[in-house]
Design a binder for this molecule. Structure first.
Ligand code: UD1
Length: 417
């Protein structure tokens, strides 16, 4: 499937943000920690979430969905994560901690996901080893044995997934565990909050040091998935690229502060409790120097959006350094060059001189990069085709329909893969 986009049409109107993919995946993994019913509301209809629900179902959980509400209950009937689903989504790794906490063993085929870099899981496995779990690899993938025992562990990098897994691993282990250098992304904090609601004892919620006192069991709960900050930033970027005026509602502006500072602050922006209104009816020269970093730094997941905006800016030079995923810059830089962009990549830094872009045939190779290409197409003169929409569908409910509702000329052609 591909998107056909005619650019240079200012977007206008209001659009609401769906629940966050990365929050949904972490919370779904954590449902394994209890047999009782966990109800998640605002659960987005996207491919990664559908695959995670399928994975839970194949492992024995009862799963039902009614609109944006999903209900999960029951025990697992296997600790072998099914390869045919696990390889479809990187998020499958997020069952690791919970399965070990409840069942003390697991095999996990190596996860799929974006082609954005090596994506090792050594921090997850080092932490588990610290918790006394035996970790080996065989031809089926990762093989872990043993219930996690209380311990203290310092993550060598504040990895989102490793923090989530190690937290889930620790909540049922009898005694006190301490995790140092934890990720503080809003999606991690939402997981901490849900676990506390389920009866977990966690000190330091929201911070980088978590002290966990293991409890015997966790109960069911009802929890709202937080708004997707990357989707919100995509809509704001679409407004900037097209010189439009857009209100993004049902979002959390506080979670968007790095993006708002780097991008929206250069335009006429209004912040509300749960909405952002951006009027981007003029061009800016550049976006200065931006470096991706763990929260509250500028998110790597918004880097391709910024790359496109920098390429479309009015003649100045923006420098973007990608510190998290090594392959995230080059592919989109090459694609934007097909539109006439002036970008040079040196190591993990792109130097982007803004200018007019023209429609071209583009190819998305990963989720966030794909959204970045759509944003570039919205700001380009003429018509673009963006192939690889199946990557974009992993994280967006229906990007073409959402952008059309703001007046964009975008439609999909061809069959979904
Ligand atoms: C999560 C998000 C992803 C986002 C990323 C960074 C989910 C499902 N995905 O991915 O959208 O881009 O956070 O905000 O929530 N690393 C290691 N060893 C490990 C783990 C990570 O070296 O064991 C490195 C990674 O290669 C990367 C950095 O740490 O350079 C950050 O990765 P991490 O925070 O773990 O990202 P994910 O949890 O995979």
């Amino acid at each position: 499937m591909e998107y056909i986009v005619r650019g240079n049409i200012p977007l206008n109107g209001e659009i609401s943000v769906c629940g966050a993919k990365n929050c949904a995946l972490a919370l779904l993994g954590a449902t394994i920690l209890t047999d009782e019913t966990v109800v998640l509301t605002k659960c987005p209809h996207i491919a990664d979430v559908d695959n995670m629900l399928l994975l839970l179902k194949k492992m024995g959980k009862k799963v039902s969905r009614n609109g944006q509400t999903v209900q999960i209950s029951g025990k697992l009937n296997t600790v072998n994560v099914p390869a045919e689903v696990a390889t479809l989504l990187r998020g499958s790794v997020l069952v690791l901690g919970a399965v070990l906490a409840r069942y003390g063993q697991l095999t996990l085929p190596l996860p799929g996901g974006c082609a954005i870099g090596a994506r090792p899981i050594d921090i997850h496995t080092d932490g588990l080893k610290h918790f006394g779990v035996s970790v080996e690899y065989d031809d089926k993938g990762l093989v872990c044995k043993g219930k996690p025992q209380p311990s203290a562990f310092k993550l060598r990098f504040a990895s989102v997934g490793a923090t989530e897994n190690l937290l889930c691993a620790a909540v049922l282990s009898q005694g006190q565990s301490v995790l140092y250098n934890c990720a503080t992304e809003p999606e991690v904090v939402a997981l901490e909050q849900m676990l506390v609601q389920m009866g977990a004892q966690i000190n330091g919620v929201g911070g980088s040091v978590l002290t966990i006192t293991g409890v015997q069991r966790l109960s069911g709960t009802v929890f709202d998935i937080i708004p997707d900050r990357i989707v919100a930033a995509t809509y704001l970027s679409a407004a900037v690229a097209s010189h439009g005026k857009v209100t993004v509602s049902n979002c959390c502006p506080q979670h968007l502060s790095a993006f708002i500072n780097a991008v929206c602050g250069r335009y006429d922006v209004r912040l509300y409790n749960d909405a952002v209104t951006l009027n981007a009816d003029r061009a800016v020269s550049d976006y200065g120097k931006v470096v991706t970093a763990p929260y509250p730094g500028f998110p790597t997941d918004m880097q391709s959006l910024l790359l496109s905006l920098a390429a479309l800016s009015a003649g100045g030079t923006t420098k973007i350094t990608e510190n998290l995923f090594e392959n995230r810059l080059q592919h989109n830089a090459d694609q934007l060059a097909l539109m006439g962009a002036d970008i040079s990549v040196n190591g993990n830094t792109a130097s982007v001189r803004g200018q007019c872009l023209f429609g071209a045939e583009l190819c998305a190779r990963d989720l966030r990069g794909g959204a970045g290409l759509v944003v570039a197409a919205l700001g380009a003169e003429g018509t673009s085709a963006v192939r690889g929409v199946e990557h974009i569908n992993r994280g967006y409910v229906d990007l073409a329909a959402e952008l059309s509702s703001l007046g964009a000329d975008i439609h999909s052609v061809g069959l979904d893969k």
